[in-house]
Design a protein around this ligand. Structure first.
Ligand code: GAL
Length: 685
């Protein structure tokens, strides 16, 4: 188990470094991510390099037995870069420049930025590639975090090249974008601009390509650095830190280029859905590389500094949140950052070593956590533990939240709500693109899968044909990969399996947004000001939100109706399986009731049945983790042995935030699971 933090010794005088290593040892730290924002210290001016300090730090860490995840330091260009090469600066939609003075002020597609960043990476790699302390490479940092989209002239030029490579002829682009509409027909690629400030809606098909392009530009920066590391002879795993469900970067497309997946997760202590949402994030991350453990690269020991109000964690919460990561596949637990900064924007952000020193609750929590993780017997790799898959797709996310639709819909919120119905019951869920659905699952939930590629539809159909249970809808199977309607109406791919015919989207009325719709990050959930419709599912009275579509069963049975008698939930036998359609976004009670029906129909089981509310359970091969996230003690019963003590568990009371790691054998788990420890995932070119 890796344990550690971002380490920024460049913020501190050399006198502190020995103390750092000593205290790291005391806390059980065995790895640090080093030098993530150290570009200006390594290369103070163009042509001037200073590695002496880094040599010293790495030497001290190595002597202290602390491994290094060495950063390529490219995330924050030094002042000389911005001053000498203004073409490296990004721009917003209106052409305004993002100036230096913060971080991430680079245009990802700027050839000059890439050249300078490349020189930095090459220098670092050549110097340290064989250093015995260096066990991993940390490329960039949270690509796109602050600046997911750049509209600069570099982006314009790169976008035109990207479109040329994708479409070859401008006629193909015109077809894909439907440019006969509103006189948008292009005569050449050089007439295309990024979607800069415009009087009204941009062409939605172009927006989809623009989002693909911006995700690709960030990925290209990563790949550029990765190739330099490989060329320098890197044999250590290479990766960058993801941010869970981060809309601008299609991590499903990025994942094959990461040797292991690393993720940053900062659950909002004030959010009533904190536990569910962080479980969703960890399951999404685990699902990106099935069978391979992942690394939690950043979490906070206590408060962060960047929300409007930043409460700390409750006693025990750090352990409970950490256990959730371990339970869902993490083999490394790390923090931002090691020593709390004394200057700069993040001086109020918690760290492993607080500014108030070691006589603090944070330091005690951190050292206790390190000791407990170090003592854990070896963990199994995450296996094929989930029988339920949630089909989650970035391209669909981009398309379904474009403006000018029957209703505005918050895709992530809808997916989390469905996920929550299974999470609350202790049922494991993988979160995968539709193409990755296979017959290893028993139940697949595909909410609001508006954009459905042929390959995704094919995988979903094969899944049903082979005996699986699928739920789709609402607003699913509406457009193709260009965000265009397909010939033949709607649900053209899944309609036969679903046994329905689609008539209309039936948007429910809502409060006016008072303008021309939502921005690029838009989307909403229904709230009290929006119309809802009563909906009865089995014994539950729920409400339909956002849409109440009109669908007609062809071969499907109607399971639930809207108040006006139209079908709200249908179920159709198809080949060896069944396909369900839900014609609305039910409220939480409704989603829960539909989930009950699906669980009964598919026979999927919880990891442990009968746990009290607020008690989370997850399986990772033989490891079953039970976490009491509640404020009261909780009684649990479980037929397994304590992973740490070896004693039989039986019935036990878990205090608030208490964690039980248990061993419970499982039949047939993890044929594809990797037995390699996470650091053994060496890169291949
Ligand atoms: C992350 C970032 C870190 C630090 C942290 C604070 O987004 O990678 O450098 O800023 O947030 O929570």
């Amino acid at each position: 188990m890796l344990y550690g933090a971002d380490y920024n010794p460049d913020q501190w005088p050399e006198e502190v470094w020995d103390d750092d290593v000593r205290l790291m040892q005391e806390a059980g730290v065995n790895i640090v991510s080093l030098g993530i924002f150290a570009w200006s210290r390594i290369q103070p001016t163009e042509g001037e390099w200073d590695f002496a300090w880094l040599d010293t730090v790495i030497g001290k860490l190595h002597a202290g037995g602390i491994r290094v995840n060495l950063a390529t330091a490219t995330a924050s260009p030094p002042p000389w870069v911005s001053a000498s090469y203004p073409e490296t600066l990004p721009a917003d939609e209106s052409g305004a420049t993002y100036w230096p003075g913060s971080r991430q002020h680079f245009a990802p597609s700027s050839p000059t930025y890439r050249r300078l960043a490349g020189e930095l990476v090459r220098s670092i790699a050549e110097r340290y590639v064989d250093h015995p302390a260096v066990v991993m490479w940390h490329v960039g940092n949270e690509f796109g975090c602050h600046l997911p989209m750049d509209f600069s002239d570099s982006a314009r030029d790169a976008y035109r090249d990207w479109l040329r490579a994708k479409y070859t002829t401008v006629e193909a682009l015109n077809d894909a974008w439907g440019t006969s509409f509103w006189s948008q027909r292009y005569a050449g690629f050089d007439e295309v601009f990024p979607p800069r400030l415009a009087p009204y809606s941009h062409n939605p098909s172009s927006m989809l390509d623009w989002r693909r392009f911006t995700s690709d530009m960030l990925l290209e920066c990563y790949l550029m650095e990765r190739e330099i590391l490989l060329a320098a002879g890197a044999t250590q795993p290479i990766t960058t830190n993801f941010m869970g469900p981060f809309k601008p970067a299609d991590y499903a497309a990025w994942a094959p280029h990461m040797d292991v997946i690393a993720d940053d997760c900062y659950p909002d202590p004030s959010s009533p859905t904190r536990v569910r949402d962080s479980a969703f994030q960890r399951d999404l991350i685990r699902s990106l590389k099935p069978g391979v453990p992942w690394l939690l690269w950043e979490q906070a020991t206590d408060a962060v500094n960047w929300r409007p109000s930043n409460p700390g964690k409750a006693p025990g919460q750090l352990m409970a949140e950490t256990a959730q990561s371990v339970a869902r596949g993490a083999d490394g637990i790390m923090f931002f950052q090691w020593r709390q900064s004394r200057a700069g924007s993040e001086k109020f952000h918690s760290a492993m070593l607080p500014h108030a020193g070691t006589d603090t609750a944070t330091w005690r929590a951190v050292t206790e956590l390190g000791a407990r993780l170090a003592a854990l017997p070896e963990l199994p790799p995450p296996g094929r533990d989930a029988k339920v898959a949630l089909a989650f797709d970035w391209e669909n996310w981009w398309a379904v939240e474009e403006r000018d639709h029957p209703t505005e819909l918050d895709y992530l919120a809808v997916c989390r709500e469905w996920y929550g119905a299974f999470h609350a019951r202790g049922i494991m869920v993988d979160i995968v693109p539709p193409e990755q659905v296979d017959d290893g699952y028993d139940l697949v939930v595909a909410p609001a899968l508006y954009l459905l590629r042929d390959a995704g539809a094919g995988a979903l159909l094969r899944f049903v044909e082979s005996g699986g249970t699928l739920l789709a809808g609402p607003f699913s199977d509406v457009v193709d990969e260009h965000d265009q309607f397909r010939d033949g109406g709607f649900v053209t791919q899944l309609g036969q399996a679903l046994g329905i015919r689609f008539e209309n989207f039936g948007a429910l009325g809502g409060a006016s947004t008072g303008g021309s719709g939502v921005g690029a990050q838009g989307g909403r959930q229904a709230d009290a000001s929006h119309e809802t419709l009563p909906l009865r599912i089995a014994e539950t009275t729920a409400r339909a939100t956002l849409v109440a579509e009109t669908v007609h069963p062809t071969t499907a049975d109607v399971v639930a109706d809207f108040e006006d008698g139209r079908p709200a939930l249908t179920r159709n036998q198809y080949a060896a399986g069944e396909a369900w359609y839900v014609a609305t976004v039910p409220d939480a009670a409704g989603i829960d009731a539909v989930a009950s029906e699906l669980i009964a129909a598919s026979g999927v089981e919880p990891v442990v049945a009968g746990l009290p509310d607020g008690v989370e359970v997850a399986r990772r091969g033989e490891l079953v983790t039970v976490i009491n996230h509640g404020h009261e003690p909780a009684d649990i019963t479980l037929d397994g042995v304590d992973w740490e003590s070896g004693a039989a568990v039986g019935s036990r009371t878990l205090g608030p935030q208490e964690v039980l790691f248990a061993r419970m054998p499982v039949a047939g788990t993890g044929p594809e699971a990797s037995a390699d420890p996470v650091l053994a995932h060496a890169p291949t070119a």
